[in-house]
Ligand binder design. Sequence first.
Ligand code: HEC
Ligand code: HEC
Ligand code: HEC
Ligand code: HEC
Ligand code: HEC
Ligand code: HEC
Length: 279
Amino acid sequence: MLMCSIPERIRKNERGRFLLMLAYTVFFLMNTSSAQIYLPGPPPQNPADYGKVILDTYSSTSPGAVVFDHWLHRSKFTCRLCHVDIGFAMEAKATGIRAATNRQGFHCGACHDGKRVMDGKTVFASCSDESNDKRCARCHSLGKPGVREYEYKAFTAKFPKARYGVNWEAAENDGLIKPIDFLEGISVKRRPMQSREDFSIKAGYSWVNPIIFSHEKHSIWNGCELCHPEIFPTARKGTVKYSMFSNIDGRRCGACHGKVAFPLNNCRMCHDGGPLWAQ
Ligand code: HEC
Ligand code: HEC
Ligand code: HEC
Ligand code: HEC
Ligand code: HEC
Ligand code: HEC
């Protein structure tokens, strides 16, 4: 029955792959969280945990592991500012953030220095030798309820929502957030970016809807350097081989989608109106 609905023009040797794709489509749509195999499951049940990074390499015993939330920071800053200008890795725990680097004004300390004023408030300082348990606990907060000022539900109450949490694109379009892209003393002044043409990524399969990729929108959030050359090492469109396999593996589009940008089980956001997953 299922095979009958596959268009004739699909070549035979694509069928095996088709069935595999179908299998993980079903997997995604079922929203199973108990999978044994490695596939990115659905986003966390609690949207407050989407894009949460726990930093516990050096601090887990004392003063306690650090919780970094993208939902709070991305409402205030572009991805580019942190991941290019400040230089945070696009991978949890890969940067080597230490109390010392923070104290010297790098990493979290680039903003959390107790001096910078943002939104009319002095940003609280990060690690130091003084004992200020209350301040320390705002970051070293894992397993310490009630120590933080910002709480997901209250903070995002007015933001438009999607299934997995905030619809960030809509929040920006509605003027509810205006992420900053420049940090005095850290960012260098650049010429305004030349935006690139948007283009369509055509899947190699007739039953997969092409993807309209907005270069312009992605560049506003990410700048060019976040994608080129590391995630998309190309100067010519069409040279990168990508597939849902690499996306699911956390590469290509999956370097952001599924971790911080909207998750991969929102098929329709990329495959507009695809026939197999259109509901
Ligand atoms: C205020 C700074 C800041 C902003 C803004 C920010 N990030 Fe991050 N991001 C971080 C830090 C810090 C980490 C953790 C790095 C580490 O542990 O070495 C991280 C980690 C990540 C990771 C890896 C997560 C994982 O679980 O492996 C991805 C992907 C990512 N960021 C994407 C983005 C995207 C996309 C945006 C914009 C929508 C963004 N970030 C905005 C600071 C930021
Ligand atoms: C680009 C600037 C910037 C960087 C880099 C940055 N932050 Fe922040 N962070 C802010 C601002 C601004 C606030 C809001 C502060 C306020 O309103 O008091 C904030 C708030 C927070 C809060 C909320 C505290 C609370 O009481 O709810 C935590 C936790 C936090 N940051 C952790 C971190 C950690 C950990 C890092 C490094 C991995 C980091 N931040 C890097 C700018 C930054
Ligand atoms: C803005 C967020 C932030 C605040 C506030 C903060 N820290 Fe940290 N601190 C970090 C991060 C991030 C790490 C690295 C965590 C890891 O990987 O284990 C860290 C690590 C540490 C470490 C581990 C040792 C090391 O070499 O890295 C100590 C000790 C520490 N902080 C002490 C403090 C003390 C004491 C305070 C309060 C006076 C404080 N921190 C406040 C973000 C913060
Ligand atoms: C972040 C964007 C994004 C999302 C979300 C997304 N895809 Fe894809 N998908 C892609 C890209 C990019 C390709 C590669 C296009 C090509 O083949 O050139 C692709 C290709 C495919 C293919 C063709 C086979 C292959 O591996 O190339 C299938 C089938 C597919 N996607 C199914 C899905 C399903 C089912 C979902 C939802 C569970 C989904 N996709 C969600 C971006 C996305
Ligand atoms: C979110 C990731 C992302 C961002 C941000 C991004 N690009 Fe791209 N870029 C791509 C992808 C994906 C391709 C297509 C690669 C392929 O299919 O071979 C591409 C292709 C290109 C190409 C070759 C195709 C063409 O249009 O001529 C150029 C040049 C390029 N990008 C420049 C830029 C510049 C300049 C910026 C910043 C203004 C930028 N990119 C921002 C993902 C990105
Ligand atoms: C460097 C991080 C990054 C990479 C890589 C990336 N995206 Fe995105 N993308 C974002 C962010 C951030 C948003 C804003 C919405 C959000 O955060 O959920 C977004 C939004 C989108 C949107 C909705 C906005 C629009 O364009 O209409 C689509 C569709 C999309 N991405 C497709 C893709 C595809 C396809 C790829 C791979 C070719 C890709 N993205 C790679 C970060 C990324």
